[in-house]
Structure formats: structure tokens, C-alpha cells
Design a protein around this ligand. Structure first.
Ligand code: P6P
Length: 335
């Protein structure tokens, strides 16, 4: 018996059950995930697709753009402005916002995305992914400005990512828990494979790029040192470490089996408050983590409470199992 539930069926059932009463938002999720299916197909071609390697351009972050970065951005723009539901989009790959000029009167949403997170992994065939966040347009009917995007993460109506790994998997929250859908290539649809994902309260696995250890602030030095001391140290147990180099891949592992992700502010470039971007990396990921029972902090502040000042502003980011995040916040306060 064909018992698989596609994403479309799931969203429709949630709507009928009264759990979601925003048909426009469901249509936006359908468009975003349709674009990700196209990106997945291009990523899957690897060297045969003619889109590996880098361009001669840098993005607003000063990072060299991979060809797939640019292509993924173009696919998301093209496939999300047709509905007329989205008033404007913002992307890691674009300096300013991208107003969608069609049917402005009904465009009630703002869409933000990192079109292809972890681009350095493309060449070496490691997992990469698209991260997305949907905010309400403060005044539908008016062409939005960049200022309209500067809303705290608690305002997000939906957030998620699609990881392009051995399988292509969508992790999605609409504020009613976190649900996982795997792309069925035979059906051409995302199919529900895990519902109501919950993080364990604690973990014995952390993710950090240890090559920056000499630049860490005392709180992070202390946390990692205690993990390294293992069962003979104050934590009384041994820890494992993983670092994929793509936040979407590290986050997926942590949502799946627990863990804590650390990309803290450090002393490499003091004016820089961290590497990851608040609006389209930290906010969507922290909404997912909180919806799954976890937590996300900048140092002592909840990520989702931060009032953005710039579209591409960076933050230090610690997220994952609640007990570990709370311990690190305590260490920052004692620092
Ligand atoms: P580093 C990818 O470029 C990214 O923005 C995140 O996805 C990832 O977690 C981080 O940077 C990796 O940074 O300094 O370890 O190369």
C-alpha cells in the first residue's frame, strides 16, 4: 500500500487539521522546496554538470563565489517570485534586497536564504545545503525596504534547510515542531520520513573548528578543555568531536543525534563579531533547534531575540542540546 506522505499532502493535512491556517505560507514552502529539488539535481551531476569551480567574482561577504552559489541563487530567485506571495528576497550572495514586482498587493512574506551553505565542500563532494527563513512583510501592499527585513528571529513564520548529501533531505519548521522529509527521486517529491524531531537534553559530541583554539575567548577555552579532559576531568565522561565545514551538515547531525555546534566570536579579527550571518544562517537554524527542544545563543543572548541592525550582520553562534548551551552561557557570564 502506498503509505508515503508527500510534503504537499503533509502541509494540506496540517491545514485541514487546523494546525496551520496560512495557505499563502504553505504555497511559499512549496515554491522554496521546488527550487531546492532543482538545485539538488544540479548538485547531483557533480563534475558532469559543468557548474563546479569558482567564478571570478566575490560576494558581499568578500568570499569567492562558486559557480553553484550563483546558480543556486538564480534558481531560488526565479522560482520564488512567480507566486506574487513574496514581496522581496535577501540572500548571502546579494548585497541588497531583491524586490519582487508582481502583485505587490498580496505579497505578505519576505524570504531570506543562504542558497548554498558550505560551498568549500562542493569540490570535495561533501554535503552542502540551502538554508531559508520566511518573515512577515510588515506592511503588505508596499514595496519593502531593507529595514523591513531587520526583524528578530522570533518573528520567523517558517525556517528550514535542504541538505544535499547522500540523500537530499528537507528539515522544516512552521512553528509546530520540526519535521524531516526525504526527496524521493522516483516520485520527485519530498516524503515525510521523521516527525516531531526532539534533541536529547544533553550530549557528548561537539562541533568546532579547533584550528582557531588560540583565538578563543576564555569561556570557549574552558568548555572545550573540559570536554578534552574526558572522564578524568570535571565532565566525568569522554566527548567526541565532529567538524564538517558546512553548518548545514553539522546542524543536521546534531538535530539527528544530539550535539553542540560552536562557531564563537574569537580574537582573529576583533571587530568581526563572528563568521556566521544572523538573518539567514543563525536565525533559521536556531528556530529549528528551539522547536526541537534545543537552544541557540550568541554568547549570553538568545539568538532569536537579537534585533538585527544590518542585513548581513555576523554573530557568534553556539547551538544544540540545551544543557550544553546553558553551560557555555554560564561560562561566558563567569568569564
Ligand atoms: P571554517 C561555510 O563557509 C560556513 O559559513 C559554515 O557553513 C561552516 O560551518 C563554516 O563556514 C566553516 O568555517 O572557518 O571552519 O572554514
Amino acid at each position: 500500500m502506498h503509505t508515503q506522505t508527500t510534503l504537499s499532502q503533509y502541509l494540506s493535512e496540517q491545514q485541514q487539521a487546523g494546525n496551520l491556517n496560512d495557505p499563502g505560507l504553505l504555497a511559499v514552502i512549496e515554491d522554496i522546496t521546488r527550487a531546492c529539488k532543482v538545485i539538488s539535481e544540479r548538485v547531483d551531476r557533480g563534475a558532469l554538470g559543468g557548474v563546479l569551480g569558482t567564478t571570478d567574482n566575490q560576494n558581499v561577504q568578500g568570499e569567492t563565489q562558486a559557480k553553484l552559489d550563483v546558480l543556486s541563487n538564480e534558481i531560488l530567485l526565479a522560482m520564488n517570485e512567480r507566486s506574487g506571495l513574496i514581496a522581496a528576497m535577501a540572500s548571502e550572495e546579494m548585497e541588497g534586497i531583491h524586490p519582487c514586482n508582481k502583485d505587490q498587493h498580496k505579497a505578505a512574506y519576505l524570504l531570506l536564504f543562504d542558497p548554498l551553505d558550505g560551498s568549500s565542500n562542493i569540490e570535495v563532494n561533501n554535503s552542502i545545503g540551502t538554508i531559508f527563513s520566511v518573515l512577515p512583510h510588515p506592511e503588505p501592499g508596499r514595496v519593502p525596504t531593507e529595514q523591513d527585513f531587520l526583524q528578530p528571529g522570533t518573528n520567523q513564520l517558517a525556517a528550514g534547510y535542504v541538505i544535499y548529501g547522500p540523500a537530499t533531505i528537507l528539515m522544516l519548521t512552521l512553528g509546530q515542531g520540526v519535521h524531516c522529509f526525504t526527496l524521493s527521486r522516483s516520485v520527485g517529491e519530498f516524503v515525510l520520513t521523521r516527525e516531531n524531531i526532539r534533541l536529547p537534553e544533553t550530549t557528548s559530541e561537539y562541533a568546532i573548528n579547533s584550528s582557531y583554539q588560540r583565538f578563543w575567548e576564555p569561556a570557549i577555552q574552558r568548555y572545550i578543555e573540559e570536554c578534552l579532559q574526558g572522564e578524568d576531568g570535571p565532565r566525568g565522561r569522554n566527548f567526541n568531536m565532529r567538524w564538517v565545514g558546512a553548518m548545514v551538515a553539522d546542524s543536521h547531525r546534531i538535530l539527528w543525534r544530539g550535539g553542540v555546534f560552536l562557531y564563537p566570536r574569537d580574537r582573529r579579527q576583533p571587530p568581526k563579531p563572528g563568521k556566521l550571518r544572523l538573518m539567514y544562517e543563525a536565525n533559521p537554524m536556531c528556530l529549528l533547534f528551539e522547536q526541537a527542544g534545543g537552544a541557540g545563543t550568541n554568547d549570553t543572548r538568545r539568538i532569536l531575540d537579537i534585533q538585527p541592525e544590518k542585513l548581513h550582520q555576523r554573530v557568534g553562534l553556539i547551538m544544540g542540546c540545551k544543557e550544553e548551551v546553558e553551560r557555555i552561557v554560564r561560562y561566558y557570564k563567569e568569564q
